[in-house]
Structure formats: structure tokens, C-alpha cells
Design a binder for this molecule. Structure first.
Ligand SMILES: NC(=O)c1ccc[n+]([C@@H]2O[C@H](COP(=O)([O-])OP(=O)(O)OC[C@H]3O[C@@H](n4cnc5c(N)ncnc54)[C@H](O)[C@@H]3O)[C@@H](O)[C@H]2O)c1
Ligand SMILES: *[C@@H]1O[C@H](CO)[C@@H](O)[C@H](O)[C@H]1NC(C)=O
Ligand SMILES: *[C@@H]1O[C@H](CO)[C@@H](O)[C@H](O)[C@H]1NC(C)=O
Ligand SMILES: *[C@@H]1O[C@H](CO)[C@@H](O)[C@H](O)[C@H]1NC(C)=O
Length: 342
């Protein structure tokens, strides 16, 4: 008994010391996180999950409307993060100043009569203007972009930051974590594994055939038949449609996206706090393939992307999928870059 007591006391003292040494800077630096589009279908549950994150000390909720109510509601939760709501463009500066991480799920859904181009232009303009404000008010913040089309909104964000002279490609991320979360869930379900322990890297872009799950690199190592690979890959690529159909006109993936967004922000915060070897996939500026943006597993650190882990060893099926997505991906990147150019 005595020996046990001593051992556990030592252990707790030791872990407290480690805590003080490696985490004190993070807790003192008090991470401020902003959610832009915080009143939306993704924004609200994402804000709830961030309010519950011990690494967040200040949570700024920004939208064109309703954020004061969302903030009042969340502020009654007895967790540390201090929540403030900001509504309308004249409060954006205040929402962003001093932010360490900015996550952007803002957008305007399709309205009757909107063309494909209108649809692109609305979200593209929103992201352009929000990132412009980030460049002015928190140029060093990590930017996590959820707004679709991610394959174009990330190049848009980069071009805006370049124009402002504050572009750091290591700090701009297209959030593709939902593809990873789905791949993990579907593989665990198919193979009867604990979903918490499964990790499937997902590379490429964030739409249709550009979403490439690397089932051959699944950990723990799993064997799949060719048929299973094809079925799982297509299910992961079309998972968004699965939710849209099931919701039958009442929306798209919001809760699972909020979970995925909160996981990605948590990883950024852990990396900022000095935790080593934090790994996530994200769509970033990249020279891994001939597409100038590409999602691959990344090691995150205090300054954003610390190391791009690249493609790893691909199966023939995966290599073919990479080859097949490049031209489409390059086109949507060009579309994003040209949008800011004009
Ligand atoms: N990356 C992913 O995996 C993924 C997954 C699902 C959805 N999405 C995308 O996330 C975005 C949000 O989806 P949602 O379902 O929450 O949509 P939503 O329409 O419910 O919410 C969007 C919110 O953005 C706000 N908004 C509009 N203009 C704004 C502006 N100028 N500044 C700040 N906020 C503004 C709206 O008021 C609304 O509250 C969409 O672009 C969607 O396609 C991405
Ligand atoms: C723009 O965002 C809305 C959500 O606000 C989403 O429904 C729509 O699909 C997005 N547009 C594009 C082109 O992805
Ligand atoms: C870092 O993480 C990767 C991927 O999760 C793992 O393969 C590797 O062993 C880790 N390295 C260290 C130093 O912990
Ligand atoms: C980019 O995203 C948009 C909308 O999500 C999609 O219509 C387009 O096909 C995508 N392009 C690629 C290459 O994925």
C-alpha cells in the first residue's frame, strides 16, 4: 500500500512537472479562437465543441446575424472559454484581433435561380472578404477553411494573403478532416474494429474523385479485397450525398462536420501548445504532386505545418486515383486564383 501510494504520488508530481514545463506557455498564451459563420448549421455545434475545449480561453463567434444569442447560450456552460458574439462587418475587427486560430464555416446556400457560377461566387466572395479581415487583424493566425468549394476557397485565401503581404503557406489549411473521420468510421464498421483506434489517411482534394482514402495505409493494418476497396472508396467519396439524401431536403452534413472541425482545431491548438508529432491531413499549398495544393498527412507544430509526410507508399489503385484527379484539381485551383486576380 505504502509503496503504491509513493509511486502514484511521484507519478502525479512528475506529470505535473511535465505539464508545467511543456504546457505552461500554451496555457499562459491563452488561445483565442474565432468561428466565422458561427450561427450556421456547422458553426453552432462547432462552437459548442470548442466551448468545451480546455485549450480555448477566448471564443469569438462571428456571423452576419444571431451570434449574440448563440454566445449568450454557450456562455452559460461552466467551461473556461470566455465566449463573445459579434454580428455584422463592423464587429469583425474586434472578433479577430489577437486570434491564434480562425475557423471559417461561412457560406450562403443555393437559392432558386442561382447558377453554378453564382453559387461559386457567393462563397468565394465571403471567404475572400473574411480572409482579408484576418490579414488585417490577425495576420499570424492559423486559418482553417471549411467553406466549400474547399478546392478553390483555399487558393482564394492564399491569394488574398499574398496581396496583403502576409502569406505564410504553413498557416492556411483546407479542412478535410471529415473525409478522414468518415473513412475511419466506415472501415471500423466494415471490419468490426474500435473506431477510436482506426486511422485512414485521406489525400487529394475535397470533392468527388479527388477524395482519395489510402486504405492500404490504414492503421492498425487491415486487409481488404479489391471489391471492398472499391466499395469503401466510393462510399467515402459520396458520403456527403448520403447525408443530404437522408436529411431529405433539411440540409447537409453539419454535426459530423462540426466534430471533424473541432478535432482539427484541437490538433492545431495541441501543436501550438508544444505537443510533438501532432498529425492531421489537410488541403494545403504543396509540392508533393503537380497540383499546387494537395491534401496529405502533415505534422503540425507551433508555426503550422512542420513537415509534409507526403503520399507514402501507394497501391496501384491509389496511384491511379491520384493521377486521375490532378487535372480536375488543377482547374479548380486556377479558378480560385483567377477569382482573386480579377
Ligand atoms: N469542409 C467540409 O468537409 C465541409 C462539410 C460540410 C459543409 N461544408 C461547407 O461549410 C459551409 C457551411 O455549411 P453550413 O451547413 O453550416 O451552412 P449554413 O448556411 O447553415 O451556415 C453558414 C453560415 O454562414 C453565415 N454567413 C453568410 N455570410 C457570411 C459572412 N459574410 N460572414 C460571416 N458569416 C456569414 C450565414 O449567416 C450562416 O450562419 C458551406 O460552405 C458548406 O459547403 C464543408
Ligand atoms: C456555399 O455554402 C453553402 C452553405 O452556406 C453550401 O450549401 C453551398 O453548397 C456552398 N457552395 C458551394 C459552391 O460549395
Ligand atoms: C509520429 O506520428 C507518426 C504517425 O502517427 C508515427 O508513425 C511516428 O512513429 C511518430 N513519431 C514519433 C517520434 O512519435
Ligand atoms: C471543386 O469543388 C466543387 C464544389 O465542391 C466541385 O464542383 C468541383 O468539381 C471540385 N473540383 C475538383 C477538382 O474537385
Amino acid at each position: 500500500m505504502v509503496a503504491q501510494f509513493t509511486a502514484s504520488t511521484l507519478l502525479s508530481i512528475a506529470s505535473r512537472n511535465i505539464g508545467v514545463r511543456s504546457l505552461s506557455t500554451s496555457f499562459q498564451r491563452c488561445s483565442k479562437v474565432a468561428v466565422l459563420g458561427a450561427s450556421g448549421g456547422i458553426g453552432q455545434p462547432l462552437s459548442l465543441l470548442l466551448k468545451n475545449n480546455a485549450l480555448v480561453s477566448q471564443l469569438s463567434l462571428y456571423d452576419i446575424a444571431h451570434t449574440v444569442g448563440v454566445a449568450a447560450d454557450l456562455s452559460h456552460i461552466n467551461s473556461k472559454a470566455v465566449v463573445n458574439g459579434y454580428a455584422g462587418a463592423d464587429q469583425l475587427k474586434q472578433a479577430l484581433s489577437g486570434c491564434d486560430v480562425v475557423v471559417i464555416p461561412a457560406g450562403v446556400p443555393r437559392k432558386p435561380g442561382m447558377t453554378r457560377d453564382d453559387l461559386f461566387n457567393t462563397n468565394a466572395s465571403i471567404v475572400r472578404d473574411l480572409v482579408d479581415a484576418c490579414a488585417e487583424n490577425c495576420p499570424k493566425a492559423m486559418l482553417a477553411i471549411i467553406s466549400n468549394p474547399v478546392n478553390s476557397t483555399v487558393p482564394i485565401a492564399s491569394e488574398v494573403l499574398k496581396k496583403k503581404g502576409v502569406y505564410d503557406p504553413k498557416r492556411v489549411f483546407g479542412v478535410t478532416t471529415l473525409d478522414v473521420v468518415r473513412a475511419n468510421a466506415f472501415v471500423a464498421e466494415a471490419k468490426k474494429l474500435d473506431p477510436n483506434t482506426v486511422n485512414v489517411p485521406v489525400i487529394g482534394g475535397h470533392a468527388g474523385i479527388t477524395i482519395i482514402p489510402l486504405l492500404s495505409q490504414t492503421t492498425p493494418s487491415v486487409k481488404f479485397t479489391n471489391e471492398e476497396i472499391d466499395k469503401l472508396t466510393k462510399r467515402i467519396q459520396d458520403a456527403g450525398t448520403e447525408v443530404v439524401k437522408a436529411k431529405a431536403g433539411a440540409g447537409s452534413a453539419t454535426l459530423s462536420m462540426a466534430f471533424a472541425g473541432a478535432r482539427f482545431v484541437n490538433s492545431l491548438l495541441l501543436a501550438l501548445s508544444g505537443k510533438p508529432n501532432v498529425t492531421e491531413c489537410a488541403f494545403i499549398k504543396s509540392d508533393v504532386t503537380e497540383s499546387s495544393y494537395f491534401s496529405t498527412p502533415l505534422v503540425l507544430g507551433k508555426n503550422g505545418v512542420e513537415k509534409n509526410l507526403g503520399l507514402g507508399k501507394l497501391s496501384d489503385y491509389e496511384q491511379k486515383a491520384v493521377n486521375a484527379c490532378l487535372s480536375e484539381l488543377k482547374n479548380s485551383i486556377k479558378k480560385g486564383e483567377q477569382f482573386v486576380g480579377k
